[in-house]
Design a protein around this ligand. Structure first.
Ligand SMILES: Nc1nc2c(ncn2[C@@H]2O[C@H](COP(=O)(O)OP(=O)(O)OP(=O)(O)O)[C@@H](O)[C@H]2O)c(=O)[nH]1
Ligand SMILES: [Mg+2]
Length: 316
């Protein structure tokens, strides 16, 4: 039987928080008469998280667990959680008690009644360090909004709700958990909403992500935009770029040749910076162009080269 809600919780070393988190989720869901499952993904924790999960699954019928052989990261954990989830609405949540399960009923209502494909939490008031976390996060979200065109204030918030179809249609890989709304938008799910959510100070354990998240996140955003625009037709990017670069180099060469013909022996071709610039541009242009061919060969052999999401069909 399909539950109303699947709550997917990726975690790493959160043994102290888990019993409180599960009891709180159970209380909120019972009070609101939701049937639910909680899928806890233990990503190679070094503490006793898995034993705690085993005990909890004995205490509560809706608790399910997946234990990874080693630590793979938050995205792989979400991927496995999404594969297992069967609820009509799927909610993701951090395990560290910084996200409040009290948000569940309203998130559920926004997906089921307001018709959002995805609702992202917004930690408007944050209990994190202002200099190392909040300020860079604001800047980072500004860049995200500008590049992706998705007007969310807090793209990386762990607390999010989805229609089941959304999480079954996208593939979270690498460290792309920061950009699930971007993945969803590229898959054609445009009704993306936002809800201001309570944020709480970390009660137990320690933070697992440092400043590198901002650099890696920016690189991932660039990749994701590239793949969505040119992933199936890379030659359109590399070919255009390569041709333009080559053409500019070629024009510069033509200019040098004309000058040489005009000025004769007095004109020392190899003394001119233009000579070296034109040469470099022609070589780079050619390389870029052939990179496009190689990328086309890769795409041609990709398993998903002809995979499309259909929304509905008639007579088939
Ligand atoms: N699956 C998985 N989950 C992780 C990993 N690292 C952290 N998490 C979980 O991701 C959630 C958020 O991690 P936090 O360390 O709290 O990150 P944060 O909330 O951005 O940082 P703080 O505000 O400092 O706590 C928590 O539930 C962690 O247990 C990991 O390597 N794998
Ligand atoms: Mg946290």
């Amino acid at each position: 039987m399909q539950p109303d809600i699947s709550i997917v919780v990726p975690l790493f070393n959160e043994e102290e928080s888990l019993p409180e988190l599960v009891a709180w989720i159970d209380r909120v869901c019972t009070e609101n008469k939701f049937s639910y499952e909680v899928i806890l993904i233990d990503d190679g924790s070094k503490d006793n998280s898995w034993d705690v999960i085993k005990n909890l699954s004995g205490d509560y019928p809706g608790i399910k667990g997946i234990k990874f052989q080693r630590n793979y990261g938050k995205s792989p954990a979400l991927h496995e959680g999404f594969k297992a989830a069967s609820g009509n609405v799927v909610i993701t949540m951090d395990a560290d008690l910084q996200d409040s399960p009290d948000e569940i009923p309203e998130l559920y209502r926004m997906v089921m009644e307001d018709g959002y494909d995805l609702v992202s939490g917004w930690k408007k008031v944050r209990y994190d360090n202002a200099i190392t976390k909040n300020l860079p996060s604001k800047l980072y979200n500004g860049v995200n909004r500008w590049v992706s065109g998705i007007k969310l204030h807090d793209m990386n918030c762990g607390l999010k709700a989805y229609k089941r179809k959304v999480i079954k249609s996208i593939e979270v890989y690498g460290e792309m958990h920061r950009f699930i709304p971007v993945l969803a938008k590229h898959a054609g799910f445009n009704r993306i909403g936002e809800k201001v959510v309570q944020h709480r100070p970390r009660k137990y354990g320690v933070s697992k992500f440092g400043w590198e998240r901002f650099i890696n996140g920016f690189l991932d955003l660039m990749s994701i935009q590239f793949v969505s625009r040119f992933g199936k037709k890379p030659m359109h990017l590399f070919g255009t770029l390569g041709s333009f670069t080559f053409l500019i180099g070629f024009i510069l060469v033509a200019w040098i040749v004309i000058d040489k013909l005009r000025l004769g022996v007095d004109y020392g071709v190899t003394n001119k910076p233009t000579f070296y610039i034109s040469l470099t541009m022609m070589i780079l242009g050619t390389l870029c162009f052939f990179t496009g061919f190689i990328a086309e060969l890769v795409v041609r052999n990709a398993v998903d080269r002809n995979v499309y999401l259909t929304e509905e069909k008639i007579g088939l």
